[in-house]
Design a protein around this ligand. Structure first.
Ligand code: GLY
Ligand code: MN
Ligand code: MN
Length: 484
């Protein structure tokens, strides 16, 4: 039992500790009735993913923690989210038990997969009723080892066995260091630190995710479809949004409500930027008003229960109609996005997508007279003046992480060949800061981004988010329809 002084809950706890209470609360509980466990549909995909990993790391023990629940303040926690690498190889998504660890143990040329996790504590334990972090009375029951084994198709062992296991770590062990500092420290203690070898392991997992399998692409479609519902909700709520002094917050809440209802959460902090806030690329304070005459840039994505996330941006006029300047900027960004989409097919180099968008952006700002040099000179390596109005990249990989495959080497990512099954964003923008003296006054404070999620096909690409209106005319029709 936790000592009073160690218990963060002690100041507000009124739980009796007398033996009469403890023995009374531990008895007379019926066996929990639960539906029969069934293997999840992603299991065959996870088996195939582990086989690829296995073949690369023959003879090595691979440790992939899900990670701990992160403290938000004192004894309250952020919503739990398993480490992407753990979910990728186990298929355990939003319902992962915190602190779980996947261990892949060499068996000949292959590996055996075991998930160590906190088994149900049982009603005879103190934890059951007295532990606000993991006790069943507080956070709900944990699944049985038999059920986890059936659902994920792996062996299961008790979390308590990890101490002994990790004490045997040696030079043949690799760990995803970033996922769980406690597990990493235990491995390092037994084995010594091997940051380079671990980084190579992490990098491989990231590169493996560059091409999505059929399960992942189906989940991405679900994430995009749920995100579309969130955008529709926002448009329908505009009268209420405009009436509130913090309309951006209302939009954020409306979208996140849908994200919770349809999926696990929003996949990243929802960006709602009205007026000149749109010139702040990752505006997540979202505390401004939403006023007629302004554009609203909303960048949001639903993360579904399997933890795949969409990442979509739409920019729309609050009044229902773009002003002449707003439309000019919007249509330029849309043309850049279309140009980027048009070049996508297997065999091109990833950064060609960005280059296609930049050609349009440079040409437009040159036509409007904003550049001190020609569009060609600006586009040259030594120019890049047009990037003043779009400092971010056009595309990033997308999947379990919103910026997926972040550890991949440049030769496979930025400089890599685009392959069928890759999923990435196309998200050009133009942002004219409110105090930018290089542009006429009517452009200042306008920020536009259009972000779609695409999957590479055998011959080109499919825009997964094409169903969310994206041309200026379609956006206006969408707003008109939402108002009816
Ligand atoms: N939402 C962040 C991004 O678009 O990359
Ligand atoms: Mn985005
Ligand atoms: Mn993005």
């Amino acid at each position: 039992m936790t000592e009073e002084s160690d218990n963060p809950n002690a100041n507000r706890s009124t739980l009796p500790s007398e033996s009469a209470f403890r023995s009374y609360i531990s008895g007379d509980w019926a066996d929990s009735a639960r539906p029969a466990a069934r293997m999840r549909e992603q299991v065959p995909f996870c088996v195939a993913r582990r086989e690829v990993l296995s073949a690369e790391f023959v003879g090595l023990t691979l440790v992939i923690p899900a990670g701990p629940s992160l403290v938000r303040a004192y004894d309250t926690h952020h919503p739990y989210r398993a480490h992407t690498t753990f979910t990728y190889y186990t298929g355990w998504g939003s319902d992962t038990v915190p602190d779980s660890v996947l261990v892949l143990t060499p068996n000949g040329d292959a590996h055996d997969a075991t998930v160590y996790y906190r088994f149900p504590a049982g009603r005879g334990t103190d934890e059951f009723y007295s532990d606000p972090d993991i006790g069943e009375f507080w956070v709900g029951p944990r699944p049985s080892p038999e059920d986890v084994s059936v659902e994920l198709g792996v062996a299961t062992r008790a979390h308590a066995e990890l101490d002994d296991l990790l004490a045997h770590a040696d030079g043949t062990w690799r760990i995803i260091r970033e996922a769980d500092p406690v597990i990493t420290a235990a491995v390092d203690k037994a084995r010594g630190e091997k940051p380079d070898a671990d980084a190579e392991f992490f990098r491989f997992t990231s590169e493996q995710r560059l091409v999505k399998d059929a399960f992942e692409i189906a989940e991405m479609r679900k994430a995009v479809d749920a995100t579309a519902l969130g955008f529709n909700d926002v448009l329908s709520s505009l009268p209420e949004v405009i009436a509130h002094t913090r309309g951006e917050r209302l939009i954020e809440g409306t979208f996140n409500r849908r994200a919770r209802a349809e999926g696990n959460f929003n996949g990243y902090e929802t960006i709602v930027a009205a007026g000149h806030h749109a010139c702040t690329l990752h505006w997540t304070r979202n505390d401004g008003p939403v006023t007629s005459g302004d554009l609203v840039l909303m960048d949001a994505g639903v993360e579904v229960e399997s933890l795949y996330t969409a990442d979509i941006t739409r920019t729309f006029p609050v009044s229902g109609t773009f002003s002449e300047t707003q439309r000019l900027v919007y249509d330029a960004v849309c043309e850049a996005a279309d140009a980027a989409f048009a070049v996508v097919k297997p065999g091109i180099v990833f950064k060609e997508v960005h280059a296609a968008a930049m050609t349009v952006i440079a040409r437009k700002v040159s036509e409007w007279g904003f550049l001190p040099v020609s569009a060609e000179e600006s586009l040259s390596e030594h120019g890049q003046h047009h990037r003043r109005y779009m400092v971010h990249g056009t595309s990033h990989h997308l999947g379990l992480d919103v910026h997926d495959c972040g550890q991949a080497r440049a030769e496979f990512y930025k400089d890599g060949i685009v392959r069928e099954g890759m999923v990435f964003t196309i998200e050009p923008g133009l942002y004219f800061q409110p105090d930018d003296l290089t542009v006429p006054e009517e452009f200042r404070g306008i920020g536009v981004r259009i972000e779609d999620n695409i999957v590479v096909t055998a011959t080109g690409a499919e825009n997964l988010s094409a169903g969310i209106p994206r041309t200026s005319a379609d956006i206006e029709a969408w707003l008109a329809q939402a108002r009816r």
